[in-house]
Ligand binder design. Structure first.
Ligand code: PDG
Length: 320
C-alpha cells in the first residue's frame, strides 16, 4: 500500500497533537436531551424504548483530518431508516448538522467516530401506543475507531463463514435500517473467536453471503468487484468502494454472492466507516488468493483514504 505509511504517520501526528489538548471534552462529547456533556458522563434514561426494546435507528459518520466524510449520505440514510420504522425526525436536518459540527468543535478532535442515535422515546403514562411517543436524539463524538486495527490492515485479517448462525432474515429485521438488534452478530463473533479467527461472515438461509459485525463484505474475482445487493446495510463505504472500482475500469456486481464463490476469490475485504477498507487474507483457515493483501484491495485502500481530502465529498470543520 503506497499511501499506508504516509497516511499513518500523519494520523499519528494528529493523535499526538490532540493528546496535548486539555478541557472537559477532549475525550469525547455527547448530546443528550439538549445538552452537551463529556462523553463519559452521558447517561440514557432507563425508560427510553431505545434502551428497553432496541426500538431505535442510528448512523455513524466519521471525521477524518478535520472534515466530515460523506455526511450527507449518512444523513440521507438516517432519514430513510427513520421513515421505514415510522419515527419522526427529532430535529430538522439543519439542526442535526449544527449539533454534529458543534460536537466535533467541542472535542477539537481531527479524527472522530460520530454516532447519531434516534430512539422511539418513551410511552405516555398508562399507554403502550408506539404512535404517541416523542422520538429522542442522542449523539456523541469520540476518537476515531478502527474496527480492524491499522497494523492488521497491512497483513490482513482472518475470517470465517459462520456455521452456527445465519443473518436474521430480511422479513424479520430490515437490514437496510441501521439497527442494534445484534444478536446474530454477537453469536457470530463468538463463533469466530472460538474457531481462532476475528471476523465472522454471516450467510443467509439461501447460502448467500450477507455481512458481518459492523461491516459489508466485498470479494474480487478476476476484474470484478462483488458485494451482496440485498440482505445487508447499504454501506456508505461500500458505495465509495463501488465508485472507486468503476472509476478504475473494474467491473462491479451488486447482487447475490453465493458463499461457495468466496473460497475461489482472488481477494476479500470488509468495509465500514469505522476502519475503512479491511483486507481479509485467511478464510476458514485457508489463504485467500495468494494469502497476501491483493493489488485491487491495495489500490482501493489508497484511493479511499485519498478521497477523504476531496472537497466534493467532505465538509471542512471550522474549529474556532
Ligand atoms: N453493515 C453493518 C451491519 C454495519 O453496522 C455497518 C456500519 C456497515 C455494514 C458499513 O456501513 P458504512 O460503510 O456506512 O459504515 N458499522 C459501524 C461499525 C462501527 C462499530 O462500532 O462497529 C457501526 O455499526 O457503527
Amino acid at each position: 500500500m503506497q499511501t499506508y505509511s504516509t497516511m499513518r504517520a500523519a494520523y499519528e501526528a494528529r493523535v499526538a497533537e490532540h493528546a496535548r489538548r486539555t478541557g472537559p471534552f477532549v475525550g469525547g462529547c455527547a448530546w443528550v436531551r439538549g445538552e452537551y456533556v463529556p462523553a463519559e458522563e452521558a447517561q440514557v434514561p432507563l425508560f427510553d424504548l431505545g434502551f428497553l426494546r432496541s426500538d431505535l435507528t442510528y448512523d455513524v459518520p466519521a471525521v477524518w483530518d478535520g472534515r466530515y466524510f460523506r455526511l450527507e449520505d449518512h444523513l440521507d440514510r438516517l432519514e430513510r431508516s427513520l421513515a421505514k420504522i415510522r419515527m419522526a425526525p427529532p430535529v430538522s436536518r439543519d439542526e442535526l448538522r449544527g449539533i454534529l459540527v458543534e460536537l466535533v468543535r467541542k472535542t477539537q478532535l481531527r479524527d472522530a467516530y460520530v454516532d447519531i442515535i434516534v430512539t422511539r422515546g418513551r410511552f405516555k403514562p398508562g399507554t403502550r401506543d408506539p404512535r404517541n411517543t416523542e422520538t429522542a436524539l442522542y449523539a456523541f463524538v469520540i476518537p476515531y475507531i478502527w474496527v480492524m486495527p491499522l497494523d492488521q490492515q497491512q497483513a490482513g485479517g482472518s475470517a470465517i463463514v459462520t456455521r452456527n448462525v445465519r443473518r436474521i432474515p430480511v422479513s424479520a429485521v430490515d437490514p437496510t435500517v441501521k439497527n442494534l438488534q445484534w444478536g446474530d452478530f454477537t453469536r457470530g463473533i463468538f463463533e469466530a473467536l472460538d474457531r481462532g479467527a476475528n471476523w465472522p461472515f454471516l450467510p443467509d438461509a439461501d447460502g448467500n453471503l450477507t455481512e458481518g459485525i459492523g461491516y459489508n463484505i466485498v470479494m474480487v474475482k478476476d476484474d470484478t468487484v462483488m458485494t451482496p445487493g440485498r440482505g445487508v446495510l447499504e454501506g456508505v463505504t461500500r458505495k465509495t468502494v463501488l465508485e472507486i472500482a468503476e472509476a478504475s475500469g473494474l467491473k462491479t456486481h451488486l447482487g447475490d454472492v453465493p458463499i461457495g464463490g468466496l473460497y475461489d476469490a482472488d481477494e476479500i475485504f470488509m468495509c465500514t466507516t469505522a476502519g475503512g477498507i479491511m483486507p481479509i487474507t485467511t478464510l476458514d483457515g485457508q489463504p485467500v488468493g495468494g494469502g497476501q493483501v491483493g493489488p485491487v484491495t491495495s489500490a482501493i485502500w489508497d484511493r479511499y483514504w485519498a478521497l477523504h481530502a476531496d472537497p466534493t465529498l467532505t465538509m471542512q470543520i471550522d474549529y474556532e
